[in-house]
Design a protein. Structure first.
Length: 78
């Protein structure tokens, strides 16, 4: 989970036009398997696998980056 948060913050820093004010970042847990991370003007919709195998390190199914004008899948699970 820590790696996910670090990578999301790195992506938002790369795509942001202005300096990110960390106080404006939010996490919204939409369901047990879906979370929305929102920083500045970029949102990340993270979908987790429902039947995650314990031997798998990565339980993320898909990460979608959402901006006011675009929507792009930046990671899909196996």
């Amino acid at each position: 989970m820590k790696i996910l948060m670090i990578s999301l913050l790195a992506f938002s820093a790369l795509f942001s036009e202005a300096t990110i004010n960390m106080k404006k970042c939010e996490l919204l847990e939409m369901s047990q398997y879906t979370k929305l991370f929102s920083c500045h003007k970029i949102d990340y919709l993270v979908e987790y696998k429902i039947e995650a195998d314990l031997s798998e390190e990565d339980s993320i199914k898909k990460i979608t980056m959402i901006t006011p004008t675009t929507q792009k899948v930046i990671k899909t699970g196996k």
